[in-house]
Ligand binder design. Sequence first.
Ligand SMILES: Cc1cc2nc3c(=O)[nH]c(=O)nc-3n(C[C@H](O)[C@H](O)[C@H](O)COP(=O)(O)OP(=O)(O)OC[C@H]3O[C@@H](n4cnc5c(N)ncnc54)[C@H](O)[C@@H]3O)c2cc1C
Ligand code: FES
Ligand code: FES
Length: 1344
Amino acid sequence: MLYFSDCNSMAYPQQSDELVFFVNGRKVIERQADPEELLLYYLRKKLCLTGTKYGCGVGGCGACTVMISTYDPVAKQIQHRPGNSCLLPICSLHGAAVTTVEGVGSIKTRIHPIQERLAKCNGSQCGFCTPGMVMSMYALLRNHAEPSMEQIISALDGNLCRCTGYRPIIDSYTRFAREPTCCQLGGTGQCCLDQEECVCSSSTGGQIHSGLCNPEEFPPVDPTQEFIFPPELMRMAQEQQRTTLIFCGKRTTWISPTSLKELLELKAKYPKAPLVVGNTSVGLKKNGHGTYHPIILHPVRIPEMHVVNSTNDGLVIGAACCLAQLRDILTETVPKLPEEKTKIYQALLQHLKTLAGEQIRSMASLGGHIASRGSTWDLNPILSVGKSVLNLASEDGKRQILLNDQFLAGCEHADIKPKEVIVSVLIPYSMKDDFISAFRQAERQKNALSIVNSGMRVLFSPGTDTIVDLSILYGGIGSTTLSARKSCEKLIGRQWNDQMLNEACRLVLEEIFLPPSALGGKVEYRRTLLVSFLFRFYLEVLHGLHQMYPFRYAELSQEKISALGMLRSGVPQGVQIYQDVDPGQSPQDPVGRPIMHQSGIKHATGEAVYTDDIRPVDGELSLAVVTSIKAHAKIISIDASEALQVPGVVDVVTARDVPGENGKDEQAYAEDKVICVGQIICAVVAESLTQAKCGAEKVMIVYEDLEPVLTVEEAIEHNSYITEERKIEKGDIEKGFKSADEIIEGELHVGGQEHFYLETNSVLVIPRVEDKGMDVYVSTQHATDVQELVASALNLQSNKIMCHVKRVGGAFGGKITKPSLFAVIAAVAANKTCRPVRFALERNMDMLITGGRHPFFGKYKVGFMNDGRIIAADFQCYINGGCTKDESELVIEYVLLKVDNAYSIPNLRVRGHACKTNLPSNTAFRGFGFPQAGLFVETCIVAVATQTGLPQEKVREINMYKGVNLTSSKQEFDAENLWKCWEECLDKSDYYSRKAMVEEFNIKNYWKKKGIAIIPMKFSVGFNATYFHQAGALVHIYIDGSVLVTHGGIELGQGIHTKMLQIASRELKIPLSYIHFCETSTTTVPNGKYTAGSVGTEINARAVQDACQILWKRLDPIRRDNPNGKWEDWISEAHKKSISLSATGYFKGYVTNMNWDTQKGHAFPYFLFGVACSEVEIDCLTGAHKNIRTDIVMDACFSINPAIDIGQIEGAFIQGVGLYTLEEIYFSPEGEQLSLGPDTYKIPAICDVPEQFRVYLLPNSRNSTAIYSSKGMGEAGFFLGSSVFFAIRDAVAAARKERGLPLDFILNSPLTVERIRMACDDVFTEMIPKDKPGTYKPWAINID
Ligand SMILES: Cc1cc2nc3c(=O)[nH]c(=O)nc-3n(C[C@H](O)[C@H](O)[C@H](O)COP(=O)(O)OP(=O)(O)OC[C@H]3O[C@@H](n4cnc5c(N)ncnc54)[C@H](O)[C@@H]3O)c2cc1C
Ligand code: FES
Ligand code: FES
């Protein structure tokens, strides 16, 4: 009985059912539902619900999170689940109720407590991730009114935030938890809020405050206020229980049968049709390979596929059950059963807690997981060693097969037949003499695919340690899960002892082969994990044997015990200490108070509009680009003829279509040559994005290869540099080296970093019919540059180009230069077609085309005395600039100017080169070269400490600047606050006693080590030329007394507009509620510089202050005449007296300069000091680490807004932790970037926040240079992330010392799991086969 004999070839046949679902309580009927349409795009484009954001499109960032509610007519239950709308086909939603952030609450109706708390606790900065955070929390609270802290943290596992550092997000939600959430100050039993210092008064300012908001004051969640599940959908679910649903799209037909019989008939008819449940595997493959399926079967309404039965043999779980459900079932089952029966369940649970994020766990099905058999899928090895059984069905009948290694390897005789489906899975109980363990190691603790995983099981003859059965499976090594079957067979009958372990390691390494060129790289590390896991299993079993038979089997030694257990981060808790305003300050004056981000509530309700949220305009076209696949080549020809045949394609645009200048330093459209992979060659504009992408795929380009230069090493060899050498010399280094007791030499590599702003680059260009002008809406840090480049590309005057920026969803330096090129691409297309053009980059394209932080290579020679004093240093620094100049010159200059960090080195020579290579051009990034340079000099300090045997903190102290001093460019500064921060941090972190505890821990634990490090910082704020610091503002007072403030700075999440409103409020002495900010635009404030370098806020603040003071002065006579009048009266009177109520303000800029010929200059406006102390624990067997505690003391001086400033410090710190410990960019030997999304590039997630995260603003400190004695906080916290790097290094050193290995080892950045593991050399790293470099082609190359 089939209804759609030739659906395959049909476009919208009549049989297509109506797709009915609800969105935020409103019914949606789609008569021609396209199975290929995903919910995210449907919400954003069709329903104009733009609160749900696009961040990656591959389920990895959580920006697109929505809640899906369904009704089960049999169980009569409503289920709420979070889901990634970027992977959810709309056809899977028939009968479901979707809640988006707009449905949770809005400014127009009612703000939900979840939204209110997040905003008021400063949990949003750029706000782009915020709707996703709200939705994850909302879905959790709909299911658990009083969740545990563990549930809260795991609900947020799948959500990335690049700005906040997560601490405020966690804080906002902790009060929803049922257990107390006080930090207990590390077990002292005292609450942070009751600390002595919270109530003490400082000598010159206000009281010292703890905490930035008080969630206790917020209303609780009231479940009666939530949407109820639509009764109509309940009725529908009852009535349609037996109705097959068919949705026929242009290329794909979606069939959702209601009975197993019908499903089997369909599967017989369409054996190639996938069964799509969560679409987390099929969807990704479709995205990645552009494949499509003519028929898709959706088996979620089949009762047999949802069974949960407890049988004599084990649990039977329906194949359509999702992984979150499996976790919940197992969590409930385990405590009810004897422990010996639940070993498989416990192993599964271990992985179900870390696998993916909650959204994916809620979508992905058990059947989909098993059937799709990804090599790194975590559950399959455990299910296999646990001898799980698949209950299969087809038209021919039912049968059972073992989910064994042969099934996982896809062997035909052990596989599912094309006509079969998995109905359910029997997961057996374990037995008494069974031991089962699960292992996985990923680049990040949570929400990251395993690098290697494993399931291991041994069965002993009862009461003995004689092996009767043994299975070991590994994922992440080959294209499928691999079994060490032969090795296991050989070990049967052996006793469980050290000889067996040695033999097992040898056999496994022989059997599980990983070639040196293997996909994914990390070859030696992965080989090491094979045996490291095996060793841990061996010990776990010995430990288990002892527990079962304590008199027969000895307990493990302390050394071995330390190898057990994985490192898991606990719930992070934060403390923020700052000084309150002077008690005499007017209550109306908001300056110095922790005011919430001006757009905080709008971020949380999804009402904040970003560039791609602007509604489609009439006649709008979408744009997709064709990029170079060669690193260096001549373009022989571009053939667009096929692309132009694609329906909907309007035009193909190339460099020839640019009427004026084709970019400035970098070509917008490549002309006759490409100089990196990812360079834009041409653009296809079409009626829809799908058509534009389809057209782009059809453009044929013929290249002629040229020799590329990719790495720093190759650039040095070819003398390929972007700029002349830069040099700074101080003192006499030759003399210095001569008088040194010792000289050491070494080098350091620091990898690059992706900005990974959550909002990808986007631009909307709307041509104006009149006057040939254009409005450009763009996500940029530099509106003036966009205006200039677009104007020159179109051969127009700048006054015809209106550039508008409402807000930017994160930038970090990455949106200074690149958005102008994207704007030119779109503007040229708009000019050619005379139609508006939208160009919003997909995540992979954004990462492919744009560069990031410069990879760094430094060589040092340091001369020092035996007491640790460094007296001479010679540094040679290189950065990989990529293919064009961009900001590389500035970055290498900053490397030189900042490399001294906090240290006075009397004889110093630094030379720097920016290398020119055929990689995407690297650009500005928070810190501009200092994060690399700072790490480099701290590495020298560590090397000196190692050589002298002195404690690192002593070598730091002895070399730190003291009193009034000169930098290497002869700029004077006072180091007093550096020392204050240092001493305060030593004290607050309890450094010395914790260091002793770390040492004690390390003596007792061979396989786990702790490390602690305290790092000082001198950060130079701003730029080394005055004109970078100029700024303008425009302030209008309207007749009703309301004020509109505009300035040239751009809101990137750093709260610039919030601070501007605070400043206007103080200067005009009116409440914040009177003042509004609308947008940054070149039409109101011209010629703005880019918002960057930590000074964006303070320089624009000066301009706003100037305008406000002008206006205030103009009102003088009016106020004198009516001193008791209200603001409104004065304004009305002023208007009547023809006093202008509009003023521009201007700030000329700080006087700074740098003369590279004399190597002297007042290079920076001022300096900022800070110190961080971090403690970590590492797992020497796997390389995993956890961040235990960080204390930061920052010399923020008078903070205009402590909530924003502390937010900047915390966010920057976590981004720094990312650079130094996590984030790795891979390039192929051909120069193609391989890490192009959150699946392959890991930024810190919630699991990376230190368990104790404390930030203290140094009290009673003032800065005469900046407005109101403040300091710019945007970048400084970043470098303090290096304290985690050095704490890890300290832990690694402890491990090496114990193993008798040299301590002058090199550790490059980032300190990933791989680097940590391989530095903790031991018997297992020695065991593995090593490949000689040069004898194979590696998967990825080092470009630094
Ligand atoms: C962002 C992200 C992160 C992830 N992280 C992890 C991780 O950390 N660890 C991990 O282990 N996995 C991870 N995964 C993978 C995830 O576990 C799988 O994609 C998922 O389990 C597949 O289930 P699904 O229901 O979505 O499958 P679908 O995509 O719906 O289907 C997958 C395949 O299974 C087949 N299939 C489905 N059901 C049946 C059935 N009953 N009978 C026969 N064939 C069937 C389909 O025909 C299809 O070919 C991640 C995935 C994503 C997208
Ligand atoms: S956009 Fe869906 S998870 Fe990133
Ligand atoms: S606030 Fe989270 S990404 Fe910007």
